[in-house]
Structure formats: structure tokens, C-alpha cells
Design a protein around this ligand. Structure first.
Ligand code: GAR
Length: 248
């Protein structure tokens, strides 16, 4: 038996293989397209041996993320919004699917569909979204193009709790990248995406561990993470290493 003095630091979180999350978790991930953030989440869970029951839902039959999830043996559900008579009917079906799964957390990872207030009422506090800008700047679409047009020096990505207001809600974590003189939309979006793939797993696991609490509308870290491996320690702000590559 290991004595407390020489125990592996992870024993602080007790449990066998999935000590970092406490016990098996149920994660619903909603995707519409490519699904690279879903893949980053899955790869991070696999790398750390997290025990997760996945449900991947897409509103797009052609979604590569959906195909990828199927290939990897994850539970998937296609709910094509075109098959429904109204936004409310689609939202109702989606909410019913998710409720039946009883997720610990719902992650919108490139889910390009506006959901109705009635939907949010059913998942209040249980749902996060990743958005490719430093919110509250650039909610909506074409965030990289708009950032370049405005000549901003910093851009990035945000993980936030989902509320009825589009791309608003308490910020869980942000990643900052520098905007360089020679950037075009493609280069800038690739730099932001690289950070999204680190930001989303970090924020998701911190929430699932219960290390964050919402206090007066702000997510605050309320538990020491000093015993976690460094790559899993939650940081409210990640900074891209190239931030200072081309100072003007
Ligand atoms: C990501 O950049 C994500 O931040 C963005 O869609 C992309 C999905 O990529 N989400 C939004 O714009 C939501 N407002 P992925 O399918 O490869 O993860």
C-alpha cells in the first residue's frame, strides 16, 4: 500500500483509471461540420484515460464530425433540421434526445444553429459553446475576417456558458493569439483553431471535475489543481506562443 507521503499526486483525486474526472461522465457534443474540436476533445480524453460516455448529435447529414464519430464507435444521432416543420419542433426533438441521454455537460462544438429560449430553459447551466473570437468582440459569423478588417492586434477563441443571447453567457476560458501583418483569414483562423483544440478540452474537463463555480455571473476556479499534470491545469486564459512573433 502506498503511504500518503510518497503517493502519486493524482491519488489526491481518488479513483482508479479516471481519477481526473472522479467517476464516469456523460458528454453530449453537438456538431454541424468538420468536427475538429470534437476530435480534440476525444483525443484528450483518450490520452488521459478518461471514462466518458459520448453522444454526438449533428443537424447536418454531411457533417464530417458525425462520420468521424461513427467511425470511432461513438453513439451518434442525426437530427436534420430540414426534417422538421418549425424551429420549435426541431428544438423540442433535440432537447428530448439530450434529456434522454442525461448528460453531465452539453458541448456545442461548431454547432451552427440558433436555438430557441425554450431549449435553453431545459439546459440552463449545463451547456457550453466554443466561439472563434474573444467575446464579447465579434459574436456571430466571419469572426476572423471582421477582426482583420478592424486591424485588431489580438484575436482568439472563447468557451462560454450558453444563454439565450447568441454568443453571450459567462466566460469559462479564452485563448489569445496575436494578429500578424501578413495574416489572411486562412492563416489567422488556423492559428485560432490550434488554440481552440487546447482550450475546449481544458475547459470541459475543469467543468466536469467541478473545479469551477459560477459566482455572480463569473466562472471562478474554486479548487486547487496543483496536483494535476500541468497540461490539465485549468487556465482562464491561454496565450499562443507566437503572440509576440512579429511585434509591430
Ligand atoms: C470552430 O472554429 C468553432 O469555434 C466555430 O466553428 C468552428 C467549428 O470547427 N463555432 C462557431 O462559430 C459558433 N458560433 P470544427 O467543426 O472543426 O470544430
Amino acid at each position: 500500500m502506498t503511504s500518503p507521503s510518497n503517493a502519486h499526486p493524482s491519488s489526491h483525486y481518488a479513483g482508479a483509471k479516471n481519477w481526473l474526472l472522479g467517476h464516469r461522465k456523460r458528454l453530449a457534443v453537438l456538431v454541424s461540420g468538420r468536427g475538429s474540436n470534437l476530435q480534440a476533445l476525444y483525443q484528450s480524453a483518450s490520452a488521459h484515460g478518461f471514462a466518458i460516455d459520448w453522444l454526438i448529435v449533428s443537424n447536418q447529414k454531411e457533417s464530417y464530425g458525425l462520420a468521424w464519430a461513427l467511425e470511432h464507435g461513438l453513439s451518434t444521432q442525426l437530427l436534420n433540421h430540414r426534417d422538421f416543420d418549425s424551429r420549435e419542433a426541431f428544438d423540442q426533438a433535440l432537447a428530448d434526445q439530450l434529456k434522454a441521454f442525461e448528460p453531465d455537460l452539453v458541448v456545442l462544438a461548431g454547432f451552427m444553429r440558433v436555438l430557441s429560449p425554450a431549449f435553453f430553459a431545459r439546459f440552463q447551466g449545463l451547456m457550453i459553446n466554443i466561439h472563434p473570437s474573444l467575446l464579447p468582440s465579434y459574436p456571430g459569423l466571419q469572426t476572423h475576417r471582421r477582426a482583420l478588417q478592424d486591424g485588431v492586434a489580438f484575436h482568439g477563441a472563447t468557451v462560454h456558458s450558453v444563454t439565450p443571447e447568441l454568443d453571450h453567457g459567462p466566460i469559462v476560458a479564452q485563448a489569445v493569439v496575436g494578429v500578424h501583418a501578413e495574416d489572411d483569414e486562412y492563416v489567422l483562423s488556423a492559428r485560432v483553431l490550434e488554440m481552440e483544440h487546447r482550450l475546449l478540452p481544458m475547459a470541459t474537463w475543469a467543468l466536469l471535475r467541478g473545479d469551477l463555480q459560477l459566482q455572480k455571473g463569473r466562472w471562478l476556479l474554486t479548487r486547487s489543481q496543483s496536483n494535476l499534470p500541468q497540461e490539465l491545469q485549468f487556465s482562464q486564459c491561454l496565450v499562443h506562443p507566437l503572440l509576440n512573433a512579429n511585434p509591430i
